[in-house]
Design a protein. Structure first.
Length: 558
């Protein structure tokens, strides 16, 4: 929270692992969450800070701003009675630097050592109200109103007073931006900034998990809204009256979609019960890797639904099933490997269990048809996109792979063209296949990528840009073509297919519009027939994959 000050100087505590005198649980969690529900998120925060080698913790009671006062007012209205004691807003801030002199925390805690912060609201509730006795029998509600931390990383001291965080191996957070916060009382404060994803938690009284997921997306994704979105704003849009109960105790898909519609935002929705053959991970992964957050809904039980936010992924280049699923069951799959196959986990924010947690994609892949079992399967998803995009990258990838297949059937290469021949060979065997990796890119950024890379045969970088590419739309879906070993070991590709991110309308129907593409030695025409001779392309080998600019990635890859 930026511009929100504490009532007094912060309480500075050493929280360094291995040293006596401090326990994250007994000194931070238990005083607030003892006999209180929903402590999973704060446990995750403390575990993350411990693993990131936090050494100093600052605790402050805040002078409430308008948002905090609204939270307390709405909660009191929902309960229908005054709080028996004054509610509190507490901010915790974490640093990887030590602070030997507590009075000089501003001097001894450099900006580079800042790991994150969390604002926790705590209120005592009247236990004679049935709603309170049912949901918070202890009479205390506590929840994270706002938190931002760095993604998982090792914090290290360079020995010269500066600190660095090195991202965990093969761990990528794509949806993030810079956040600022203020620490200390007015007139004696300090400002800190860090890059990460916004996190918040429901209180199950005035807002639920869908509120939390929407706020996490809207307050993280750059360029969606020009202000901080609060729970009060979401409820105002939905017309929710806190003097009455939530209908169904949650938000429906229609209510969730009403929020971006009211804010004038562009969304892309996927319904995996209506289209059970669409793999939700293949649908969502290109969007997430392109930096577009995805709200994912699923049913953890038959009776309850839940939503989480997909922010990034982890990659396991040693996964066995990525290639084995084609080798052992070619009749059940396409003859290509979607790059989502190597996604070991989606990095998610779950308001129940905290920030940057890792969800295995297989957890929500049901082997039964949805009409027989809706438990533990993805039900629907909503991606938040710029207005210039309306083509699902899932569809663009399928069209791109089919284009490559059709092109190589019409122009089968000879063995003297070794890499193009290798792609053709892989496509002839249903148990092998090629790799398709799709992400969003800008035309000029892609052209700069071509102009910067030489291939494995020493050809390139590209100097002459084809007219189809130089005159292409600004927003494109890029499907990179590779082979399993080349993709996982070299992080390289053997070609690109570019599609317009805006759908082409023909006869009232939307379709994917092909822009331009290449494979070793050849450009791919829009009509890949034998009568259409393809133009020559100077690259004969493989080049590095295109990496998104804004990703918070690992210090090293495997």
């Amino acid at each position: 929270m930026f511009g929100v000050y504490s009532k007094a100087a912060p309480d500075v505590r050493s929280c360094e692992a291995g040293k006596p005198g401090f326990s994250f649980y007994f000194d931070l969690i238990a005083p607030i969450w003892r006999n209180c529900q929903a402590e999973g998120a704060i446990h995750r925060l403390c575990s993350l800070m411990r693993k990131m080698r936090a050494k100093t913790l600052l605790r402050e009671e805040l002078d409430p701003n308008q948002e905090i006062l609204q939270e307390f007012d709405d909660l009191e209205m929902r309960v229908g009675k005054k709080f028996p004691r004054d509610p509190k807003a507490i901010r915790f801030s974490f640093f990887s630097a030590p602070c030997p002199d507590k009075d000089k925390w501003r001097e001894q805690l450099p900006a580079t050592s800042f790991l994150g912060y969390a604002v926790v609201l705590e209120a005592g509730l009247p236990t004679d109200v049935p709603l309170v006795s049912e949901r918070y029998p202890s009479g205390t509600v506590a929840y994270v109103l706002e938190a931002v931390t760095r993604p998982p990383a090792w914090a290290t001291d360079d020995g010269k007073g500066a600190y660095a965080t090195k991202g965990v191996t093969n761990y990528y957070v794509h949806c993030q931006k810079q956040f600022k916060t203020t620490i200390g009382p007015q007139g004696a404060s300090a400002e800190y900034a860090l890059n990460g994803a916004f996190f918040c938690q429901q209180n199950n009284m005035t807002h639920v998990c869908a509120h939390a997921a929407l706020r996490m997306i809207l307050n993280t994704a750059d360029g969606l809204v020009d202000h901080k979105v609060t729970n009060r704003e979401l409820n105002t849009i939905l017309g929710i009256d806190h003097s009455k109960a939530f209908v169904g105790e949650g938000l429906s898909p229609a209510q969730i979609l009403a929020i971006p519609q009211c804010l004038g935002l562009n969304t892309l929705a996927g319904n995996f019960l209506v289209q059970p053959t669409v793999d939700y991970a293949e649908w969502a992964y290109p969007l997430v890797e392109s930096g577009y957050p995805v709200l994912l809904a699923f049913n953890p039980t038959h009776a309850l639904g839940h939503v989480v936010v997909l922010l990034g992924h982890t990659m396991n280049s040693d996964k066995w099933d990525c290639e084995a699923h084609l080798a052992y069951r070619p009749e059940a799959f396409w003859t290509y490997h979607a790059s989502a196959a190597w996604v070991d986990h989606f990095v998610i924010n779950d308001d129940n269990f905290g920030m940057y947690t890792c969800m295995p994609p297989g957890y929500l892949r049901s082997k039964l048809l949805p009409q027989y079992d809706s438990t533990q399967r993805a039900t629907f998803a909503v991606a938040f996109l710029p207005p210039s995009l309306d083509v699902p990258p899932y569809l663009a990838e399928k069209v791109a792979i089919e284009l490559v297949r059709n092109f190589l059937e019409a122009h089968a290469p000879g063995p003297n063209n070794r890499w193009l021949y290798r792609i053709w060979q892989q496509l002839q065997h249903g148990e092998k296949g090629i790799v398709g990796r799709t992400l969003g890119c800008k035309r000029d950024a892609y052209i700069a990528h071509l102009k910067a890379e030489a291939d494995s045969d020493g050809q390139g970088p590209i100097v002459d840009i084809p007219k189809e590419l130089s005159e292409a739309p600004d927003d494109l879906w890029l499907t990179e073509i590779s082979l399993p070993d080349l993709y996982t070991a070299n992080k390289h590709k053997l070609g690109d297919i570019l599609s317009d991110a805006k759908a082409e309308v023909r006869g009232g129907q939307k379709s994917v519009k092909y822009v331009w593409g290449w494979l070793p030695t050849t450009q791919i025409p829009s009509n890949p027939q034998t009568s259409v001779m393809p133009a020559v392309w100077p690259l004969t080998g493989h080049i590095p994959l295109l990496r998104p600019d804004r990703v918070l990635g690992p210090a090293s890859e495997w």
